[in-house]
Design a protein around this ligand. Sequence first.
Ligand code: NAD
Ligand code: 6OD
Length: 496
Amino acid sequence: MRSPTPAESYPFQSLQLPCLVGGEFVTRGRVFENVSPVNGQVISTVTEADAAMVEGAVAAARAALTGPWGKMSSAARAALLRQVAERIEQRFPEFLAAEVADTGKTLGQARVLDIPRGAANFRAYADLSLGRGGECFETTTPDGRGALNYSVHKPVGVVAVIVPWNLPFLLMTWKVAPALACGNTVVVKPSEETPSTATLLAQVMTEVGVPPGVFNLVHGFGPGSAGELLVSHPDVSAVAFTGETSTGAAIMRSAAPTVKALSFELGGKNAAVIFADADFEAAVAGTMRSVFSNCGQVCLASERVYVERPLFERFLATLVERARALKIGGPYEEPDMGPLISRGHRDKVLSYYRLAREEQAQILCGGGVPHFGDERDGGAFVEPTVLAGLPETARCVKEEIFGPVCHVAPFDSEEQAVSLANDTRYGLCAAVWTQNLARAHRVARQMQVGTAWVNDWYLRDLRVPFGGVKLSGIGSEGGHHSLAFFSETMNICVKL
Ligand code: NAD
Ligand code: 6OD
């Protein structure tokens, strides 16, 4: 018997994806369709959580805080998280097939980034939670006997995890793993566009014996649906959110009456700054990656590329030539770039392509929709696009597009490069390309961002702070920063 092709491994083919509420998989009520961005066909249907399901999930999560999970040692919790990682690896082909079915992203990327990072997130936080210490201060007192202060970490409570569709499994596990490592319980609301890997993770949680109610899954939408119901729920203590800046603002409003802890990873309009002394090949290859990976749907993507004038023409010409050569296609065709997530998102990206014309950009390549002459014409593909010649005030230079497009502009001095890169309301990341070590440090430090990469892009170490400034977010994730967000730190003062 032949083994199934990767496409046939999609575990929910023509099935209805359930929610997970208090350890029970639930499929009652309304459904919505999960549509392939590769060809527009329905690949599965999804149970939309109603108010009662969200209520049930939050109640189960609250009850689980004081059940076996709440009594478990941190070492036992860490051991369970390692089992989650192992089970993800055992079911790797299904996770892979599910992620590429929902997103259309390239199999190559999902294989080396999205799914392995999901497993790595659980291992990293299992380790980090065990190496955690507290603070201790000896205090002098008027009677001379003194006092001892020490801190202990406790779970925050029920955490709502609300995540987007661009790196669905990676970003969901990036929050679920530290939240669970700290002893919290979670209610996860994945994006309505990408329900499959979250559903597989729900299965994994039950398979490895995570107690009922610790991990709950509610599918649905944002406003007026599971997302809003969760963030406004009085028994949800914290919201860990990744998504658009405007959604972050809406969540802040919904969460305000019940005063919750919020962690926000939001949008970006990131700059790549390329000095004339950069390693040319590395800078071009890195910029290609930072502009076109995941069809430009990465919050860290470089949508603004600034090149020192002596290198400008050569760099631009090479970038355009390589962008034109990118092979576009479905996940299993070994493409360089897949489709956007949906026709809806394609409308948004195409509106910026039109706007670029109206703003009188030079459109050096792309700017439209590719035609395949097959079922892919029913998908959400767009052409990789390079723009130049726009003023810095143009909307295409100022607003996050979240597609495979960048604007390239020249600069004449280090000071001007820094000023151009920082002239944005966002502040997620920057990429600086130079072989001058002193300049690399000097420029990186001046970037008003959460992460500045030097001579690379999206190189990750899970222990380092990761977050955005300005409109790009509130707080940092990563390493002990995540552990701090997902814990209440309490001080105990003992009079001696
Ligand atoms: P989005 O904000 O539209 O949706 C994200 C999630 O929020 C989804 O699950 C959605 O259903 C939910 N949601 C929407 N409205 C809500 C509401 N009112 N209340 C509660 N939940 C609500 O984002 P998206 O389109 O899925 O993802 C793309 C955006 O995410 C881009 O702006 C991108 O820059 C950003 N992003 C940021 C990071 C980061 O680390 N900074 C990472 C990935 C994506
Ligand atoms: O790698 C990560 O930890 C992370 N949060 C990436 C975010 C990418 C945005 O699309």
